[in-house]
Design a protein around this ligand. Structure first.
Ligand SMILES: [Zn+2]
Length: 431
């Protein structure tokens, strides 16, 4: 009996300490993810994994752990709404095949774990990972391992296998001996029934999002307009949209030109991925329907030269035309969510490089920051919980030494990372 009492007393004390432990972050400047202006001299109080209070002159409970970031700008943990943790950069189709054919899914999953750690330490505390590129449901396992504390990584929202149509995705049938059945980077379907089955299967295995490849084969006609080959029939795409809605998921569509973008929006896509050739009609429809855009600028820069050398100059063409499209969409009020396609470029590149392009092409630094905080959180239906520093939000907090409102590239040099109340990186104490 006595031993039990001692044990329970110990348990109580331990729990009591854990429950009562408050962390106070003293900020130099706070950018909270939704306000238009930064705040000075603010303190954030955190209990366990949640923010409880934010303000000036707060009473800091005695015994609170104090983190001094008064020499820094503090922001919410960043959100990248378009990544591929199971991909390690593919400029050419051979790069892609190398990973699919020569790396087992367990090996690719280990590399995904490493990618997740890189993203987290770079300040990205949430990723929407938009398909596993042939690694089946390994993204669900990585998410589970992070949530169970097995590995360190961001909060993940995963799309699992993604959907395209028969013969329309890598590995390309024409690149190999026809008697071989090459593995595919997506789940291929033909017909509305298979479309519905794919959505049902993916959701049953843990997909938070459904992703489709709405188009491919981009080209430009003499009138200067961009076109592509739509992958789905209207019936197939609408079946996917309908089934996704029914299962209370959201649809993300890879779509580059109006030939892919318009049918995807009509089928109910919540976000358009890439959209390099959005035209006025696409932009108007996106604004009217509140569809988000992940422009994935940096990946296009990263792959352009290598692909052109192989005879595919389209990424170079898009690099020239995208600034105009971006400025138009921004002016029209399209909701632009920060999405980089990291994994499409190597994880050794910091995905925060995307910010500099967004600012160069017309966003204010604050707009660019919000795209990766408050705006991306709305896309994920997580507003108030992530992408913001406010009472009730998860304690996902980062800091940079320089002022990102003066130089947005400061976000490429994150020196403090807290996720869910736990500190993963802190170089700010060293002056
Ligand atoms: Zn992608």
């Amino acid at each position: 009996m006595r031993y039990w009492s001692v044990f329970f007393l110990f348990l109580l004390l331990e729990t009591g300490l854990a429950v009562g432990q408050t962390t106070a972050i003293k900020c130099g400047r706070l950018i909270d993810g939704i306000s238009d202006a930064p705040a000075e001299g603010v303190t954030i109080l955190i209990e366990q994994n949640k923010v409880t209070q934010v303000g000036r002159n707060l009473t800091i409970p005695s015994g609170a752990k104090i983190i001094d970031l008064t020499n820094s700008t503090v922001l919410p943990g960043l959100i990248d709404a378009h990544t591929h943790i199971l991909l390690q950069g593919d400029i050419t189709e051979e790069d892609y095949a190398e990973q699919i054919l020569k790396e087992s899914i367990p090996y690719r999953t280990l590399r995904a774990a490493a990618a997740c750690r890189i993203a987290l330490l770079n300040g990205f505390t949430t990723l929407r990972d938009l398909e596993s590129e042939g690694a089946m449901y390994a993204d669900v396992d990585v998410k589970k391992a992070i949530n169970n504390g097995v590995i360190e990584g961001p909060r993940l929202f995963v799309a699992t296998r993604s959907i395209s149509t028969t013969g329309r995705y890598l590995l390309r049938n024409s690149a190999y001996a026809w008697e071989l059945h090459m593995p595919k980077g997506v789940q291929e379907i033909t017909g509305a029934d298979e479309a519905r089955r794919a959505v049902r299967e993916q959701v049953s295995y843990g997909a938070d999002w459904v992703k489709v490849y709405a188009d491919g084969g981009y080209y430009r006609t003499p009138d200067g307009k961009f076109h592509s080959t739509p992958n789905f029939t209207t019936e197939e795409l609408n079946a996917i949209g309908d089934q996704t809605r029914t299962l209370r998921r959201k649809l993300s569509a890879h779509a580059v030109t109006p030939d892919g973008v318009l049918p995807a929006i009509r089928a109910g896509a919540a976000s358009i991925e890439h959209g390099f050739a959005l035209d006025d009609e696409c932009i108007a429809l996106m604004v009217a329907k509140g569809v988000y855009w992940c422009p994935t600028i940096y990946v296009n820069v990263w792959v352009a030269e290598g692909r052109a050398a192989q005879g595919n100059p389209m990424n170079q063409v898009f690099n020239e035309t995208l600034p105009t499209v971006f400025a138009k969409a921004l002016k029209a009020g399209v909701k632009i969510a920060f999405g980089t396609d990291a994994g499409g470029f190597a994880w050794t590149e910091n995905e925060a490089k995307e910010f500099a392009f967004m600012v160069r092409w017309g966003m204010t630094p604050m707009q660019a920051i919000k795209s990766a905080t408050g705006v991306a959180a709305e896309l994920l239906d997580m507003q108030g919980k992530i992408g913001v520093i406010a009472p009730g939000a998860f304690a996902d907090v980062i800091a940079v030494r320089e002022d990102p409102l003066q130089d947005i590239s400061a976000l490429e040099r994150v020196g403090f990372v807290m996720k869910d109340g736990r500190v993963y990186r802190n170089e700010m104490a060293e002056k």
